[in-house]
Design a protein around this ligand. Structure first.
Ligand SMILES: [Zn+2]
Length: 418
């Protein structure tokens, strides 16, 4: 499958409710991969009438076509990103992952002065606390970034319609939050993984509609029209380049941990550290189909997370033997569960609730082994980044980034101009 960047222009306001059942529900800023896939599948059925081979290839076969969410920006801040509580990233943006690794090594005993760059805004005379920074961003030159602001949210009041008289219902008024179109060329960003046949099928399907589809709530009231655009397929990077970047990330982390102000003792420079990030969330289940937060429930070669009782000191954490030699240990994770809701248009019923690993979750592991043993691990990581992990991958879940450069770029506090 090739990776194709997808962008969309909002033509009519999109209403995306956080919760289906409440009239007062706040809105979300992203169109989920489930909704994108659903909108296209329903368009296909309208045009063709039944589910044929092309339908299966486009919407049911994970090995030939996968849809991502459409977000207000190309990238999502990891759960470890933090900013100034008062002034946001204009004052300070920092990634707390590497600092958190140090905390695990020292069992939380980091001197207050040494820890302050990851806890307090260091802008002159501010000193406000840092808090989790959520949202979307776009890469800029010189390792800079632009945050996608949230100023296009709009609230409209509507009257309810009486079912019997088909006129305005007495005393029923409700509000609807929506995202308005902007004056930019692109409003939403995502990607598509598809083989050539699936891509041709999709282009044919969209061409007949002028590349326009409807997503979200209140479509019968004129909400939710977007125009999709495909970019050029992105060339896949070879294993050697990837492995080189991962090794560098690990070396930079080792230097960071063993240097001031943290000066973590006993960090072995021969160990290989890597992180797994889930920018679109993921759904993990164990063999009894119970939801889990631990990627190791789906990957037998990965070290399981420790229980709290035997997590400290870090040297006592259980060691996982890697199948082809070497050992691995779980170091830290910033993760949480999120409830997934949805509507199954084919059945005309709500989807079953599921628990997913939240977008932006990060896990860190440490591998110890010879160069040959490491090569096997690199191959596993490469396969993981290509295939993804977990359930519902054709709706965009389970995308993995190995050793995200964001953690390095923002390891220390920085101001970002918006
Ligand atoms: Zn500040």
């Amino acid at each position: 499958m090739k990776r194709i960047p997808v962008t969309a222009k909002i033509l009519a306001p999109i209403a995306l409710k956080r919760d289906r059942q409440s009239d007062r529900s706040g809105s979300v800023r992203s169109v989920t991969g489930t909704a994108v896939r659903g909108a296209l599948a329903s368009l296909y059925l309208q045009q063709h009438g039944w589910a044929d081979d092309t339908f299966n290839r486009l919407f049911l076969n994970e090995a030939s076509c996968r849809f991502s969410p459409l977000d207000p920006g190309p990238k999502y801040f990891p759960s470890t990103a933090a900013s100034c509580k008062r002034e946001g990233i204009n004052h300070a943006l920092v990634d707390q992952l590497w600092y958190r690794i140090a905390q695990h090594y020292t069992a939380g005993l980091v001197a207050e002065t040494a820890a302050s760059p990851w806890r307090q805004c260091s802008k002159e005379r501010c000193q406000a606390d840092l808090k989790r920074h959520d949202g979307f961003w776009e890469e800029r030159a010189n390792n800079d970034l632009r945050e996608m602001n949230n100023d296009r949210q709009h609230v409209a009041a509507h009257v309810g319609i009486d079912r019997h008289t088909a006129t305005a219902a007495d005393a029923i008024l409700y509000t609807l939050e929506s995202t308005l179109p902007s004056c930019e060329k692109k409003d939403l960003y995502g990607w598509l993984l598809a083989d050539d046949k699936a891509l041709d099928g999709l282009k044919e399907l969209l061409a007949s509609e002028g590349y326009c589809i409807s997503v979200g709530h209140q479509r019968t009231r004129g909400y939710g029209d977007i125009r999709i655009q495909f970019g050029d397929a992105v060339e896949a990077v070879d294993l050697k380049t990837d492995a080189g970047n991962w090794k560098q990330w690990s070396q930079k982390l080792v230097t960071f941990l063993s240097s001031p102000p943290l000066c973590v003792p006993d960090i072995d420079p021969e160990h290989f550290y890597f992180s797994l990030s889930f920018p679109t969330g993921a759904i993990f289940v164990d063999k009894f189909l119970r939801y889990s937060l631990d990627p190791a429930t789906m990957l037998s070669w990965l070290s399981p997370m420790s229980s709290v009782d035997n997590a400290f000191p870090i040297q006592d954490r259980p060691i996982h033997n890697f199948s082809s030699g070497g050992t691995m240990r779980w170091i830290t994770a910033v993760t949480k569960h999120e409830r997934l809701r949805g509507w199954n248009a084919a059945h005309g019923l709500p989807r079953q609730f599921e628990w997913s690993v939240a977008r932006g979750s990060v896990y860190v592991y440490c591998f110890q082994g010879t160069i040959e043993e490491r090569e096997v691990l690199f191959q596993q990581l490469k396969d993981l980044s290509k295939d993804g992990i977990g359930l519902r991958r054709n709706e965009g879940f389970g995308t993995v980034i190995i050793s995200d450069d964001f953690h390095y770029q923002f390891r220390n506090q920085r101001e970002v101009e918006s």
